[in-house]
Ligand binder design. Structure first.
Ligand SMILES: Cc1cc2nc3c(=O)[nH]c(=O)nc-3n(C[C@H](O)[C@H](O)[C@H](O)COP(=O)(O)OP(=O)(O)OC[C@H]3O[C@@H](n4cnc5c(N)ncnc54)[C@H](O)[C@@H]3O)c2cc1C
Length: 332
């Protein structure tokens, strides 16, 4: 197994400084949250890090705190805490539900919000040492290969799907992401954090070198807003979404005043189901409307040779989610 060094950061700024110093020594560094994914990648050699910078030793970055216009959730909060935190469950059920279905209890007990959102793709070619775009190479093997779990939207030149369960929920909630790096701090909308392979086939997000995800800010929900997450898996637990959807609907007297639906497991980024949103907005929610929303959501899908099954599955997930929320259920 490859040797690596672990450095415990005492502040996020120190973590950034440690990363920069490693770079000047010619070493590759990686930020580590719970390490549930990163450690395996380092052992496998799919992540070349020589130095892991442990963020879990930074005090106070696992807290939920009130800020103007919403709450700040520290990037080091564990998924177990996110799933069980009373305020998150009450005001942002879509996020609590997404956290509750990640992997296994063991992974959720140590896995962090920041690590979940920034985890690398789980495409089997990338994870098994193929020199694909994600590994710095010049091709996506899934185009003519095993593409059952790959993208039906937004693909090209790489067809990975974004693996994070939290990412669709955070985009649907309109979260802002706070980032710290060598150039200082910046804040950006969740949907600007992720990037399509057409823009950069190597990396899934817009973090610059030695920048880290510090925290997210969730806006206070408007009255009448309900939300939920639904995830389809190829087995009952311990795995990523084949298709998932995060929905945030503003309902009043049975009418959908506003709708945000973001899909997981189907695109290289959390994918906004904009056509479905437009169908729902301003209309009374009925079984037929929910069916239409699911149907239009896939009108622009471009399945690969072996993943066309994801098209009707995506429609069904949206339809069920919308009906469940209209029926007053928070989980499907
Ligand atoms: C068996 C198994 C099943 C899984 N199932 C799921 C699942 O169903 N859904 C799901 O979403 N995930 C799943 N995962 C992936 C992963 O373990 C979890 O998402 C977990 O939340 C990752 O968090 P972590 O803190 O352990 O990340 P780490 O392993 O510490 O890091 C993951 C990646 O993020 C980077 N990183 C970590 N923190 C930061 C930061 N603050 N800023 C910038 N980069 C950072 C690391 O360098 C690394 O590349 C699974 C993993 C395993 C092993």
């Amino acid at each position: 197994m490859k040797q690596f060094q672990n450095l415990n950061a005492r502040s996020l700024q120190e973590a950034v400084d440690l990363a920069r110093q490693a770079g000047t020594r010619g070493q590759v560094s990686a930020f580590s949250g719970g390490g549930t994914d990163l450690l395996q990648q380092v052992k496998d050699g799919t992540d070349p890090a020589d130095v892991l910078i442990n963020l879990r030793t930074v005090e106070g970055e696992d807290q939920v705190t009130e800020v103007a216009g919403g709450i700040r959730v520290g990037g080091q909060i564990t998924l177990t805490e996110l799933a069980s935190n009373e305020q998150i469950r009450r005001d942002y059920p879509v996020l609590a539900e997404a956290a509750a279905v990640v992997g296994t209890p063991q992974i959720r007990n140590v896995g962090t919000l920041a690590g979940n959102v920034t985890q690398r793709p789980w495409c089997w070619y990338y994870r098994n040492g193929f020199n694909c775009y994600k590994a710095g190479g010049d091709r996506c093997y899934s185009v003519v290969g095993e593409n059952q779990l790959h993208a039906i939207f937004g693909g090209g030149p790489s067809y990975i799907v974004h693996p994070s369960d939290l990412a669709p929920a955070l985009v649907a909630l309109g979260a802002r992401f706070n980032v710290i790096g060598p150039e200082g701090e910046r804040s950006l909308n969740a949907d600007q954090f992720f990037q399509l392979p057409a823009r950069n086939p190597r990396y899934e997000n817009t973090l610059a070198r030695d920048e880290l995800l510090a925290s997210v800010v969730l806006p206070t929900p408007r009255p009448g807003v309900v939300s939920a997450y639904h995830k389809v898996m190829d087995r009952a637990a311990w795995t990523h979404a084949v298709v998932s959807a995060a929905a945030v609907l503003e309902l009043r007297d049975g009418v959908c005043n506003d709708a945000v639906i973001v899909l997981g497991g189907v695109a290289p980024i959390p994918w906004p189901a904009t056509e479905a949103q437009e169908v729902l907005r301003g209309r009374p929610v009925t079984a037929e409307l929910a069916r239409q929303a699911g149907e239009v959501a896939v009108s622009a899908a471009q399945p690969l040779s072996r993943n066309a099954y994801k098209v009707p599955m995506t429609s069904a997930v949206i339809e069920r989610l919308v009906l469940a929320l209209a029926d007053g259920q928070t989980a499907v």
